[in-house]
Ligand binder design. Structure first.
Ligand code: TYM
Length: 331
């Protein structure tokens, strides 16, 4: 019996931020210990934004570097680029024929994206969750680690997978469960919406200490606390929520007490946070710099990952083609 599989994906658009790290990558690193793990840089998904080809190429590489620097170990996990495994597009079409239009109409991300890029509301944007379903189904994983913003897409994937099994008899695909981290929804610096590449409210994973502190200085705190002498309510403060992810229990207690009694100012609270974030980001930044200096090594990792992913994907497709009656299944 082989190990149970896990699969997840991440888009090469913009830079990695601490939402991606805490919401997804932390779990990728953890799950690779016990699962046969597949992690995918989803460049086909990024095409929905029609990126410049050179920008896309370098974003894919940078993202792969970021994933590796965050602790995904190519000896344990299969890290690959989606477009290097053609079966994703093939299965996406098949899944599309099993997905009711009404289900796609309900997707909130499509509505958000249509507002964000009104000049380019393409069909890919609408069928995006079906490609995601195919990404998942191809590897027949039991667990998919993602942040909360992917809940709706994963529910759709489960429904489509169920429909496939029901329609074509069977047991081709297990139903994948969603695996959440301790931080399934990290808020952005605006304190109003989730941290997101498209909202310009993020703390980058590769940012230096100074860059982070600069952003934190302008970040929202408890809105009722205007002066240093005002007492604050940590529970409503976005900065305090970040302490929850980066600071020790003692530090959090001290910060909370200092805020409530006004003995600790917001600037000092932010400085401590920046310092604790740096303890996480610093080593990742260093590993990324090292990987950037060895492009051949990254290419090799991605080529080996794609070869392994293709093999697994093709095994699935042989079964799928046979079940649905198209060419390319078992003779
Ligand atoms: P993407 O590239 O937007 O985000 C990658 C991962 O980071 C998580 N995430 C967050 N978690 C917590 N708080 C936040 N503020 C935050 N922002 C992002 C996301 O939930 C995600 O886990 N459609 C997917 C990519 C994808 C995929 C897949 C995922 C394509 N195929 C198959 C799983 C399985 C996306 O756009 O993620």
């Amino acid at each position: 019996m082989g190990m149970v599989r896990t699969l997840s994906g991440i888009q090469p658009t913009g830079n990695l931020h601490i939402g991606n790290y805490l919401g997804a990558l932390v779990n990728w690193v953890k799950l690779q210990e016990q699962y046969d793990a597949y992690f995918c840089v989803v460049d086909l998904h990024a095409l929905t934004q029609r990126p410049d080809p050179e920008v896309l190429r370098s974003a894919v590489r940078e993202l792969a570097i970021g994933v590796l620097a965050s602790g995904v170990d190519p000896e344990r996990s299969t890290l690959f680029v989606q477009s290097q495994v053609r079966q994703h597009a093939e299965l996406a079409w098949i899944m599309m024929c099993l997905t009711p239009l009404g289900d796609l109409n309900r997707m909130t991300q499509f509505k958000d994206k249509s507002t964000q890029q009104p000049e380019n509301i393409n069909a890919g944007l609408f069928t995006y969750p079906v490609l995601q379903t195919a990404d998942i189904a191809l590897y027949r994983p039991e667990a998919v680690p993602v942040g909360e913003d992917q809940d709706q897409h994963l529910e759709l994937a489960r429904e489509t997978i169920r429909r496939f099994n029901f329609t074509y008899g069977g047991d081709v695909f297990p139903e994948p469960k969603t695996v959440k981290s301790q931080a399934p929804r990290v808020m952005g610096l605006d304190g109003e919406s989730k941290m997101s590449k498209s909202k310009n409210n993020e703390i980058g994973l590769f940012e230096t200490d100074e860059e982070t502190m600069k952003k934190l200085r302008g970040a929202k705190t408890d809105p009722a606390r205007e002066r240093r002498t005002d007492k604050g309510t940590p529970e409503v403060c976005n900065i305090y929520s970040y302490h929850g992810f980066f600071s020790t229990k003692e530090q959090r207690d001290e910060v909370a007490e200092g805020c409530r009694s006004a003995s600790l100012g917001c600037v000092d609270c932010k400085k401590l946070l920046a310092q604790n974030m740096e303890a996480v980001k610093g080593p990742i930044r260093e590993r990324a710099a090292d990987l950037r200096s060895k492009p051949g090594q990254v290419d090799e990792i991605l080529a080996a990952g794609a070869a392994k992913a293709r093999k697994t994907a093709e095994e699935t497709m042989v079964m799928v083609r046979e079940r649905i009656g198209i060419a390319g299944g078992k003779a």
